[in-house]
Structures are given as structure tokens and as C-alpha cells.
Design a binder for this molecule. Structure first.
Ligand code: C2E
Ligand code: CA
Ligand code: CA
Length: 692
């Protein structure tokens, strides 16, 4: 230890007085009047003088002038230090906590400094004391903060990286050795970022404002290829010159969390069958598109896709085929739309696409047409190949005054229209479609209520045999006996026949009513011949129609030979035609007559229909009533007869039409010429009059 001679700061040395004794007197006076805590100890350790502050702060209680100061020191080390101070002039300092009259204890720093004579002998030791409680607290607090920070770094396995922007030096600290391994010894802060994430990071870093903390998540650049996700909070600190000086980053390994969130997000936002985003994700993306459109007037499109007759595919080919189809469709959607478009499966066979940043309707329709092209290719499944089609509704949001949140409804309306127009097509929404749809929704609601209120009845229209001029039977036609609007024909509620649920209910009702009526007429001895009941496509879907019809006939005890079912060619040609064919065959075997309705309006040719057991061919009234179609009518009659079918002409309104048809060899006639459809109660009277 160096020997330092410390002279009192305040020199009160009387330069005239050279004797130590005189100097001591001067010290004594100085210490006694000092405005701070001070004590004077002579070279024999005696307390020579104290300042009033020293006494009042209780720095050496019970110690009087002349007492040995070493008694006030308690601690043997301090005694030792004081002795050394006197012997060699070595200064020292101590901290002491002193509590006065039970008050909160204060911390004092006492400093011991020897005053030496010119010969190097210790004259006295001046002890001063400063209350350093405030400072000590700050120091203590800083130390505790440091501890806490360290603990946080440890607990959270954080790593701190400090990058000196001027020298390029990198300093790392923390408790994540794994991270540290990949973060040290890099020349550039971006080098630790996985090459795939680097560009994104660089972009973020470029946009970072000095002094602003920024959070990034990126993958670590590891030579061993192990995927490690890191979350970084970074901040650039400025130097005294106002220029960026240091870049400080806190890194944390978030690989586990990331995997966990990904798994959760996959569960929450992905459809497990197709791997496409689900409805929840779609809703989120849709809201983003709406926001962007509202804020920046961005043009965006929404496309709704519905697989045609998906239910039939599932029912006839099985769920495996259905699943395969949906997966295949997901692939087609990927191929047709841009990577940035949101393609989602909303549920079942319903898909949707959000297209952002469009310039025109053509931008939206291009991928839609591409999709329709892809759909034309057959799908292979389980060694079989089958074809599908889809109905597509599209809506474009460009009108700044319109509410973009209506987009979903608009696209739905367009989709509805596409299905309504015969499916396998794309329709772009137009505002005029909305009212049509609203009317339809209202109608279906009213029909539902009318079924419950039993407002639907059957009217009967006679079918007359030309050769024998007798009534061969009646066609049962549905009427809505509307309490306000009177008796309505099906053209007022045709939509109900196209609704799966309602058409089943109406079909059920028609069968039940017709059979009950036949039973009544049989009981009453009314000779009505046969009653023809119209069947809609939906009624075939259950696959149990044949059994149901036969059960009903048995229940009402009506012979099969009394019933005809009328099926349109479109039902034969549509989806699940195998099932239709089987049902019809079964009924035919049982003795039910099968009539092919509205022949000529669809796409079927008689050759196509050869495989089905058809007893009657009904030529649609549009041909019968149009004189220009005479040649067609004639050809159909000839062909039908040659195939062993009886031919019925519908919509015969006058004698001239009747004569022409008779001339062509038509077998039976149905039309206003003989009678309009009539309520059941009028049938017996009609039959009586007709026979006359
Ligand atoms: P549809 O099966 O072709 O029935 C014949 C339609 O032609 C009936 O119309 C009938 O009233 C009408 N008609 C008959 N003779 C003439 C005529 O000389 N001139 C004119 N202009 N029309 C004539 P309606 O009763 O309005 O039925 C329309 C369609 O509604 C039916 O066409 C049928 O497709 C459907 N429909 C009626 N009842 C049922 C039913 O119970 N079930 C099902 N699924 N569909 C039904
Ligand atoms: Ca019919
Ligand atoms: Ca018809």
C-alpha cells in the first residue's frame, strides 16, 4: 500500500506558528466549529475535538473528549486501520449504519485521514463523516436491478447481443448457450438469420426508426439445418453525437412456442381433408380485404364454388369418392388461382376464393374460366373415372358507395343463379339478381307454411285415347289453394319443386293424396282408369322410392296397374341416373306404368333412353302447339311407336291439333280441348258426361 499523506482540505495552518502544539489547537478550533460531522483524534488515539454535527448524529455516543477513540470503533479491523493510519499515515474509510432514537438507520461514510508534520510524523487523525444513505440506496437498488435482470435473462433463457455499429464488434451475454453458439462470431447482424427469412428481415430493419424497439421473428441460420425460431426485440441506441451507435437485441428461442401455435393454428384455420384454410380463416381474410377496400379503394373479388350434385356422388359412389373429389378440387383451385389469392373450404362441397388487387372483372373471371376448364377433365378414383361440374358465383367490389360486407351475400346470390340456370356455369353478381332471390326465399317460406296448413291439393286432367275415344286416365297436377290469391298453378311455386326438402314434402303429399283419391274412387265405383303422378328428381335421391311407392300402394290397397309415374328426361339423364334407372325398373316390374314427360325439351335422344323401361312418351306441349314443329311431332310419334311406346300429346287445345295428331298416329291426347285440370270432386261428373 502506498503511503499517502493527506493534508486537511482547509488549511488553517498559521504559517507563523511552526509548533505542532499550535497546529493542534488550530485543528481543534476548526473541528469544533465545522459545519459538518468531524472529529479530531490525536496521535495517542484520544478524542481531541468533535463538531456539533458529529455529536447530534450520535456518531460516537458516550465518548468524551480525552477518551480513547479506538473504543468507538468496535470492529477490531477498524482499530487496526486506525493504528496504521496513526503509525504510517494511511487513510481509510468505512461505512456505518447508525440508528438514532429508533429512527430509520442512516448510512454514514467515515473517512480517516492523518495529518502529518513536516518530518512525516502523524500529528493527528481527522475523521469526517458524510450521510450517504441516499446514494447507498441507489447503489443498492442498481445492484438489485442488475440481479433481477440477470434472473430474468436466466429464467427466460434470453440472450443479449450488443452490436457496435461503429466498430462492428459483437458482444453476447445471457443464458442460452445454444443461441449464443449461432450468434457469436458473425460479421453482419443479418448473418444469423436463415437465408429464406433474410430479405424480410432486412426490409424490416431498413424501416426501423432509431430508438424504437422492434420485434421480429425469424429462423436461425444453422449449419446443421435444425429449424430454430428466434424472437428478437431490437433497438438502436444513439451515441452522444446523435448518430446510431449500438444495436441491442434480446433473443429468445421460440421454436416450441412456434410449433405449438402452428399446430393450434392448423387446427383452428385449416380444413383437415383438403389442407385448405377453413371458414374461420376465410372470414379473417375477408375482413382484411374489406378493410383494404374501404381504406384504399382496392378492388377485390369473391368467388363461391359449389360442386354440382355432390350429395349424389357421395350417395352413389361412396364417401371415399366424395373425399377424393374434394381433394382433387382443392388441387384444381390451387392451379387455377394465384398464390396470393385466399382459397378456402367453407364446408361440405362449398369453396370460396378471395382475390385482392384486381383491375377488372376480367381479372377475376380468368382464373374462374381456368377452373371450369380443369373441371372438364374426368377424375379418377378407385379404378373408375367420373366427371364433375361446379356452379360458380362471383362478385366484384368496386363501387365505393356500396357496402363491401354484402359481398358474401352477393356472391351467394350469383351462385344461386348459376345453379338455377342449370348448374355447371359461372355467374357474376348483378344487383338485379337480389330482388329475384329475395322473392324466392319468401316464396319457399310461404310454401312451407302452406304445406303445414294443407293448402296444397291435386287437380286432375283427363288423358283421352284417340282410337277408342275414351278416358284412359288422369294426370294429377298440383294446385295451391291460396287463401287470398285463389287457386295457383305450379308456375307460381316451381321453385319449391327445385328445393330438395320442399320437393320431397310436396312429392310425398301428392302421392298420398292421389292414392287416397284412387281408393275413394275405387270404393265409389268411379272408373277413372289410371292416375299419373309427377315425380321430381329429388324424390329419387333416397334410393328407396320404389319400395316407398309399393308400400303406399299396399297400404291404400290400390293395384299397381292403377298408377303411372311421370318422369322427365332430365331426371333420367342427370346425376345418379343409375339409381333412377333401377327404381324405375323395379316399379315397372311391379306393374306401375312409366311415362317419359316433356319429351323434346331436354337433351335426351330416344336412343339414349332405350335402356329405360318407358311405356308412354309424352310430347311436350310446346311442339304440339307450334305448327312449324309438325315434322318433329310426326317423327317422334313414328319413332316412339316403333319402340313399342304409346305416344301422348300434351296441350291439345283445339280440334285441328287433335285431327293432325290422329293423322300422325298419336295414341292419346291431353289438353284443354277435352278438359282443363279439375278438382277431384268434378271427376265423376266429367266421366259420366264424357261417356255420353
Ligand atoms: P307437366 O307435367 O308437363 O303438366 C302438364 C301441364 O300442362 C299442366 O300444367 C297442365 O295444366 C298444362 N296443360 C294441360 N293441357 C294444356 C293445354 O291444352 N294448354 C296449356 N297451355 N297447358 C295445358 P300445370 O298444372 O300448371 O303444371 C305445370 C308443371 O308443374 C307440370 O308440367 C309438372 O312439371 C309440374 N307439376 C305439377 N304437379 C306436380 C306434382 O305433383 N309433382 C311434381 N313433381 N311436379 C308437378
Ligand atoms: Ca306431367
Ligand atoms: Ca309434360
Amino acid at each position: 500500500m502506498t503511503r499517502t499523506a493527506v493534508r486537511p482540505h482547509v488549511s488553517i495552518t498559521d504559517h507563523e506558528t511552526k509548533t505542532p502544539g499550535a497546529q493542534m489547537d488550530a485543528f481543534e478550533t476548526f473541528v469544533r466549529h465545522a459545519p459538518f460531522a468531524a472529529a479530531l483524534v490525536d496521535n495517542a488515539f484520544r478524542l481531541t475535538a468533535v463538531s456539533p454535527d458529529w455529536e447530534s448524529h450520535g456518531l460516537s455516543p458516550d465518548l468524551h473528549i480525552g477518551d480513547d477513540f479506538r473504543r468507538a470503533l468496535f470492529n477490531p479491523e477498524d482499530v487496526d486501520s486506525l493504528e496504521r493510519c496513526v503509525a504510517f499515515g494511511e487513510p481509510f474509510s468505512r461505512y456505518r449504519a447508525i440508528s438514532l432514537n429508533g429512527a430509520e438507520s442512516r448510512i454514514w461514510r467515515t473517512e480517516f485521514a492523518a495529518t502529518l508534520t513536516e518530518t512525516g510524523r502523524t500529528l493527528a487523525v481527522i475523521v469526517t463523516a458524510r450521510d450517504v444513505s441516499g446514494y447507498a440506496e441507489t447503489a443498492l437498488k442498481a445492484e438489485r436491478d442488475q440481479q433481477r435482470l440477470k434472473m430474468a435473462l436466466e429464467l427466460d433463457e434470453l440472450m443479449v447481443r450488443e452490436y457496435d455499429l461503429r466498430t462492428g464488434e459483437i458482444y453476447c451475454s445471457g443464458t442460452s448457450p445454444e443461441l449464443e453458439k449461432w450468434c457469436l462470431f458473425k460479421d453482419d447482424p443479418l448473418e444469423i438469420v436463415h437465408p429464406d427469412d433474410r430479405e424480410k428481415m432486412a426490409e424490416l430493419v431498413r424501416n426501423r426508426k432509431d430508438g424504437e424497439a422492434q420485434v421480429f421473428e425469424f429462423r436461425l441460420n444453422r449449419d446443421d439445418g435444425v429449424e430454430t425460431w428466434v424472437r428478437s426485440v431490437g433497438k438502436k441506441f444513439l451515441g452522444a453525437d446523435g448518430k446510431p451507435e449500438r444495436l441491442v437485441n434480446l433473443f429468445k428461442d421460440i421454436t416450441d412456442r412456434r410449433r405449438h401455435t402452428e399446430a393450434v393454428e392448423n387446427l383452428a384455420f385449416k380444413d383437415s381433408l383438403t389442407g385448405l384454410p377453413n371458414r374461420a380463416y376465410f372470414n379473417r381474410k375477408f375482413q382484411e380485404a374489406v378493410d383494404a377496400s374501404e381504406m384504399m379503394g382496392e378492388l377485390f373479388g369473391l368467388i363461391m364454388i359449389d360442386v354440382d350434385h355432390f350429395k349424389d356422388i357421395n350417395d352413389t359412389l361412396g364417401h371415399d369418392a366424395g373425399d377424393a373429389l374434394l381433394k382433387r378440387l382443392a388441387e384444381m383451385l390451387h392451379a387455377a388461382f394465384r398464390a396470393g389469392d385466399t382459397v378456402a373450404r367453407l364446408g361440405g362441397d362449398e369453396f370460396a376464393v378471395i382475390l385482392r388487387g384486381l383491375h377488372s372483372e376480367a381479372d377475376m373471371m380468368r382464373p374462374v374460366n381456368a377452373l371450369q376448364d380443369l373441371l372438364r377433365r374426368p377424375i379418377e378414383h378407385g379404378g373408375r373415372s367420373f366427371s364433375v361440374s361446379a356452379s360458380i358465383g362471383a362478385a366484384l367490389h368496386g363501387d365505393p358507395d356500396a357496402d363491401p360486407s354484402h359481398m358474401i351475400k352477393n356472391a351467394d346470390i350469383a351462385l344461386y343463379r348459376a345453379k338455377d340456370e342449370g348448374r355447371n356455369r359461372s355467374v357474376v353478381f348483378d344487383p338485379s339478381m337480389r330482388s329475384a332471390l329475395e322473392q324466392r326465399v319468401e316464396l319457399l317460406r310461404d310454401v312451407r307454411a302452406a304445406i303445414a296448413a294443407k293448402e296444397f291439393v291435386l287437380y286432375y286432367q283427363p288423358i283421352v285415347d284417340i282410337a277408342s275415344h275414351s278416358v284412359s286416365g288422369f294426370e294429377a297436377l298440383m294446385r295451391w289453394d291460396h287463401p287470398e290469391q285463389g287457386v295457383l298453378t305450379p308456375d307460381r311455386f316451381l321453385a319449391a319443386f327445385e328445393d330438395q326438402d320442399l320437393s320431397l314434402k310436396l312429392g310425398d303429399m301428392a302421392f298420398e293424396t292421389a292414392l287416397k283419391q284412387m281408393r275413394d274412387w275405387l270404393d265409389q265405383g268411379v272408373e277413372f282408369g289410371r292416375v299419373a303422378v309427377n315425380i321430381s328428381a329429388a324424390q329419387f335421391r333416397s334410393g328407396r322410392l320404389a319400395e316407398e311407392v309399393q308400400d303406399r300402394l299396399k297400404r291404400w290397397n290400390v293395384p299397381c296397374e292403377r298408377l303411372t309415374i311421370e318422369v322427365t328426361e332430365n331426371v333420367y339423364m342427370g346425376w345418379g341416373s343409375e339409381m333412377v334407372s333401377e327404381t324405375v325398373r323395379q316399379l315397372h316390374r311391379a306393374g306401375v306404368m312409366i311415362a317419359l314427360d316433356d319429351f323434346g325439351t331436354g337433351y335426351a335422344s330416344l336412343a339414349n333412353l332405350r335402356q329405360f323401361p318407358i311405356d308412354r312418351l309424352k310430347i311436350d306441349k310446346s311442339f304440339v302447339q307450334n305448327a312449324e314443329d309438325a315434322a318433329i311431332v310426326k317423327a317422334v310419334i313414328t319413332l316412339g311407336s316403333s319402340m313399342g311406346m304409346k305416344v301422348v300429346a300434351e296441350g291439345v287445345e283445339d280440334q285441328a291439333q287433335l285431327d293432325a295428331l290422329a293423322d300422325y298416329g298419336c295414341d292419346q291426347i291431353q289438353g284443354y280441348h277435352f278438359s282443363r285440370p279439375m278438382p277431384a270432386g268434378m271427376v265423376p261428373g266429367f266421366l259420366e258426361r264424357f261417356g255420353e
